[in-house]
Structures are given as structure tokens and as C-alpha cells.
Design a protein around this ligand. Structure first.
Ligand code: ATP
Length: 289
């Protein structure tokens, strides 16, 4: 089947600076690199690298065609990415010599996806496929409703976390994934713990401790693989992409989560995001202590 991903596409612009700029300061960067980023794009790449057929629904501005091309190169179907007259979503990331950073996020084209575009994309979705969303685009609720009506498995990665955004899609979800901090934020905002939710599959990722999977409220633990972590950016997105690919292939959930744990463990040993997400062969061949 196909994984339909209503997802963000960002340019991550990383500026090396001698120190983080203060108020009113002009500061020359000593270097600049541009990477493909955004939770949506990362998940599309991860699921495609895991062997799934992935169709990304999103938007880029005139400055973002390279990002669309990069997704195509990574094996993602980009026919439902619209070109709009709004700057492409981007993150301006200043990193100082100590590795401290500050980040300015501009959602741009990620909030300019049209209802028509969404409807047209999902009109070719077949019952039994998967639909995933994160909290970086517009039309999350509309997509979740459409997904439910079309008989898709509706999945939501609750990041960046906003309690009202999760609550709005909850009635339509088959699968919710969030990290430990987000699960606690959800509990504080709604009084509901993840075991109270009427969502068939829930995964709480636990960083270096691994992940906990709840099937209709019953928990199973999956410890993380032991690795020397150098950069945890994109670990959650890699994990989610691999779980979705496993679900899409009809794997038992335990097997999908174990494979996702392996992929994410490998990911944290690498610097970077979408461009360094491991493929299935690397994940299968990886040896952990
Ligand atoms: P991020 O926002 O950094 O991408 P996240 O907060 O969404 O990640 P985490 O719970 O930190 O998600 O990590 C996701 C998964 O990555 C974990 O469930 C685990 O499989 C793997 N992982 C993260 N950190 C480590 C680590 N230090 N060692 C091994 N695996 C890790």
C-alpha cells in the first residue's frame, strides 16, 4: 500500500558563528550549510528508506524546488507537493563553537497547503493505506477526517507538541506516537494518560531507554540498542518512519518497533537529518553490543 504523508518540508540553514548573537548585534557567520529538514520530510525519507511506497503531500515555494528534487532522489513520490508563491518553510540555525544553538523557524509554505490539493491527493488513496501527519502543516484535522472516511490507518506524530492540536485529531486516530515529555504534557493539559486514550496503537519513545508500545492500553517495552550517540536530531522521525513502513507491510507491531529501534539507534551515531537516515540494508546489517 502507500503511506500518505501530509508533512512539512524545510530548508535547515545552519550558520556557524563565533558566538550566539545578542540583541541588536550584527554578526558574520564563518560558514553556512543547507540541509533538507522538517519532520514531514524526515519521516517520508525514513519510510522510503525502510522500503515503503511513500507519497508526500505538502508545499514548497519558488525557493524550494531543490527540496522536492531531493525527496524524489530519496525515493519519495513528490507529485502531490504543490509549488506555491510563499517562501519554503525553513529553520535558521545559529551554532556557536561550543555547539550551543538558537533557531528561528518559519513555517512558510508548510501552512499554504490547499484543501483541493489534499482532496485530490487522497482521492487516489486506497482503503487499507496509511495516512500520517505531524504538527507542522495546516489541514491536520481535515486530513484526519478524510483519512478516517476513506478507511486509511490514521497516524499522528504529536510534535512539535501542542495539546489542542492533538486533541483535535484524537477522535480520528488509529496510531499516536509521541515522546516521553510530550506524553507528560498531554497528561497535564488533558488529565488523560496515554492508557486512557481511545487510540488502538500508541507509542511513547523514551530516547536512550527505547520505546513503550501500548496496544489498547496494554504496554510492552522495547529497550534501546546501546550506541555512542553523537547527534540525536531526527531520531524520533527515523523511528516513526520505520514503524510506519513496518505497519504498512503488515509486520506485527513488535517487529516494526524493534526495527525502528535499530534504525533510530543507528541514526543517533550520525550527524545530520534527512540526508543521513539509514536504509533497510544498513539497519538489518548493523551490529550492536
Ligand atoms: P528527536 O526530537 O531528537 O528526533 P524524539 O524526542 O522525538 O527525538 P526520542 O524518544 O528522543 O524521540 O528518540 C526516538 C528513538 O530514537 C528512541 O525510541 C530510540 O529508539 C532512539 N534513540 C534515541 N536516543 C538514543 C540513544 N542515545 N541510544 C539509542 N537509541 C536512541
Amino acid at each position: 500500500m502507500t503511506i500518505w504523508n501530509l508533512g512539512s518540508i524545510n530548508a535547515d540553514m545552519i550558520y556557524a558563528v563565533p558566538h550566539l548573537p545578542g540583541p541588536g548585534e550584527s554578526l558574520a557567520a564563518t560558514g553556512m550549510e543547507r540541509f533538507l529538514g522538517g519532520k514531514g520530510a524526515n519521516m517520508s525519507v525514513a519510510a522510503a528508506r525502510a522500503g515503503a511506497q511513500v507519497a508526500h503531500i505538502g508545499a514548497v515555494g519558488p525557493d524550494g524546488r531543490w527540496a522536492q528534487d531531493r525527496l524524489t532522489e530519496y525515493g519519495v513520490d513528490t507529485r502531490h507537493i504543490d509549488g506555491v508563491e510563499v517562501p519554503t518553510g525553513h529553520a535558521i540555525i545559529a551554532v556557536d563553537a561550543q555547539g550551543e544553538n538558537n533557531i528561528i523557524l518559519f513555517p512558510g509554505s508548510n501552512h499554504a497547503i490547499s484543501q483541493d490539493q489534499l482532496g485530490q491527493a487522497l482521492s487516489s488513496a486506497q482503503q487499507g493505506g496509511l495516512l500520517v501527519m505531524q504538527n507542522e502543516t495546516n489541514l491536520q484535522v481535515e486530513a484526519a477526517k478524510m483519512g478516517r472516511d476513506l478507511g486509511l490507518t490514521v497516524c499522528y506524530a504529536a510534535a512539535p507538541f501542542q495539546a489542542d492540536a492533538v486533541q483535535a485529531v484524537l477522535p480520528y486516530l488509529d496510531f499516536l506516537i509521541l515522546n516521553e515529555i510530550e506524553a507528560e504534557q498531554l497528561r497535564q493539559a488533558t488529565g488523560q494518560s496515554v492508557t486512557d486514550l481511545e487510540v488502538e496503537h500508541v507509542i511513547v519513545t523514551l530516547g536512550s531507554k527505547g520505546a513503550r508500545y501500548y496496544h489498547r492500553g496494554t504496554a510492552s517495552d522495547f529497550p534501546a540498542y546501546k550506541v555512542k550517540a553523537v547527534d540525536t536530531t531526527g531520531a524520533g522521525d527515523t523511528f516513526t518512519g520505520y514503524v510506519l513502513a513496518g505497519m504498512d507491510r503488515g509486520m506485527p507491531m513488535a517487529q516494526a518497533v524493534s526495527q525502528a529501534n535499530r534504525a533510530a539507534a543507528l541514526m543517533v551515531t550520525r550527524h545530520g537529518t534527512a540526508d543521513v537516515i539509514p536504509d533497510l540494508k544498513e539497519v538489518r546489517e548493523a551490529r550492536f553490543d
